[in-house]
Design a protein around this ligand. Structure first.
Ligand code: SAM
Length: 272
């Protein structure tokens, strides 16, 4: 038994039924390559062993790494490092099979883990993750709801998120202060065609001014009012009213405008 460290988000699962249920929802195929985030003392791991071709665990706590090496041994390849530093393209390199990611993740870095997964989406088939219920609800929230925000737009842009089931605090030791839920995200093979860097900037800057109109949020990007007037997009709307597709359209509008400006610049330099 490892003494839980709050700083590492260690709320260990103690309910075998929940661990079994998570693994059942994975519908593992013997050819799958599974990567577990934060296996800890191995509560979920023990139900994963023997059900896939390769099992990889990424764990930051050396005490847990030592324990896993004793208990799970050769059945799991352990990377003793911070999950945020793992390059999944390297991990799955020798195989054409996309990874299945699973984990009762440390809640203090939930958003970071999600954005790290979005970055690696082309090598990930899906991710089944335990997280706090408020965050789980945000992932598949619809426009015009209070949960709808940056995480909803990003998750639904890159994946199809689905809340599988809720988990009570009593299923963990120590019990977290919040309810939890298990979510499955199936990553899309193709995402809408737009400048993704600009897409993230637009989503972040407009939701940064959530109660304000898009026009207000976009002003902070340094775009002049006169230029905004030229967009074929109703900027009197608020970010929470926009669907993911609306954000894509707005990004496409802005990037075609950017290209037009760049063209003007190159024309000007040619004239000079
Ligand atoms: N899977 C175990 C279970 O269900 O009981 C442990 C879950 S506990 C909520 C989160 C685990 O993630 C802990 O083992 C913790 O040490 C590990 N962890 C925390 N931060 C991490 C990080 N940045 N990278 C990798 N593992 C991390």
């Amino acid at each position: 038994m490892i003494t839980p460290k709050k700083s590492l988000g260690q709320n260990f699962l103690r309910d075998d039924n929940v661990a079994r249920k998570i693994v059942q929802h994975l519908h593992l195929n013997p050819a799958d390559i599974v990567l577990e985030i934060g296996p800890g003392s191995g509560m979920l791991t023990k139900y994963l062993v023997g059900k896939c071709r390769r099992l990889i665990g990424v764990e930051i706590d050396q005490r847990a790494v030592d324990l896993l090496r004793e208990t799970v041994g050769e059945d799991m390849e352990i990377l003793a490092q911070d999950i945020r530093t793992v390059n999944l393209r390297e991990v799955g390199r020798e195989s054409a099979t996309p990874l299945r990611v699973v984990g009762n993740i440390p809640y203090y870095i939930t958003s970071e883990i999600l954005f790290w997964l979005f970055e690696h989406r082309e090598v990930v088939q899906d991710a089944t993750l335990m997280m706090q219920i408020e965050v789980a609800r945000r992932l598949n929230a619809k426009p015009r709801t209070k949960e709808y925000g940056i995480l909803s737009v990003a998750s639904q842009f890159y994946a199809e998120p689905r809340l599988l089931f809720k988990v009570s605090p009593n299923s963990f030791f120590p019990p977290p202060e919040v309810e939890s839920a298990v979510v499955n995200l199936v990553f899309k093979k193709t995402v809408p065609d737009c400048d993704r860097e600009l897409f993230h900037i637009v989503v972040r800057s407009t939701f940064g001014k959530r109660r304000k109109t898009l026009r207000n949020g976009l002003k902070y990007l340094g775009i002049e009012e006169a230029k905004l007037d030229k967009l074929h997009f109703d900027l009197s709307r608020r970010p929470e009213e926009l669907s993911v597709q609306d954000f894509v359209t707005l990004t496409q509008e802005l990037s075609s405008w950017r290209i037009a400006v760049e063209d003007d610049r190159s024309l000007e330099s040619k004239r000079d």
